[in-house]
Ligand binder design. Structure first.
Ligand SMILES: [Zn+2]
Length: 227
């Protein structure tokens, strides 16, 4: 396992002078095998079930990695929102919205389709595999051009950058009271049904564009829009 630390208080993004926060990503396996899986939990901070899943996943993946049994690259971010996790006001955890501006931590990611259409002009050919690599490289470049104006935006940029070239992205949330449910892009439904069945979901919600650029759609939406 390789552990990477990503500073969130860069340049003008620091909330308070002298403070520093970071995201931690855990990397298993190798990119040489082709497929990449990205899993994060608790984007709304106080979502403990996802963190618990990540805790056990980390143990299993560490053992499998040591035994050379991971035939993919797997990136795990158990605590996707350290900013929200620190937002405890008078004993109450407030993890859904950034107290600095009221913006949902799962909104405001970078919508990649417009810059990709411009950047890909004349660059795509007949090979789907080569096109995928080209699109991923341009998506990464578009994210690198993003100039965050706050610590939260820096966090969103970091999460999206870690996930943007993955074949599978899983974003683990929870609710106060809910049965097991799953959201996905309408176009991803066929690929998602086996996972939904294994999880025993009682509700499966689909949408092509649910608005304001949530994390999951910001990793997937440009693929069907470009297609
Ligand atoms: Zn959530």
């Amino acid at each position: 396992m390789n552990v990477q630390h990503h500073k969130l208080s860069v340049h003008s993004c620091a909330v308070t002078s002298g403070t520093q926060r970071e995201l931690i990503s855990l990397h298993f396996g190798s990119a040489e095998h082709g497929k990449k899986v990205y899993i994060q939990s608790a984007l709304h901070a106080d979502e403990i079930p996802g963190m618990l899943v990540a805790h056990y996943l980390r143990q299993s993946l560490t053992a499998l990695d040591a035994a050379g049994q991971i035939s993919a690259e797997i990136v795990l971010v158990p605590v996707a929102n350290p900013i929200g996790l620190a937002q405890e006001v008078y004993g109450t955890a407030i993890g859904r919205f950034d107290l600095a501006n009221g913006i949902n931590f799962n909104r405001g990611y970078h919508y990649l389709t417009p810059p990709l259409i411009a950047a890909l002009e004349g660059k795509l050919g007949n090979s789907a595999d080569v096109n995928v690599q080209t699109i991923r490289a341009e998506a990464l470049a578009a994210l690198q051009r993003w100039q965050p104006k706050s610590e939260s935006e820096q966090m969103k940029k970091t999460l999206q950058t870690l996930a943007i070239d993955a074949d599978v992205v899983l974003d683990l949330h929870c609710d106060n009271q809910a049965v097991m449910h799953l959201y996905t892009g309408t176009q991803l439904l066929p690929a998602t049904l086996p996972l939904a069945a294994r999880l025993g979901v009682q509700a499966l919600l689909v949408c092509s564009a649910s608005g304001d650029n949530p994390f999951d759609e910001s990793c997937s939406r440009h693929w069907w829009e470009l297609a």
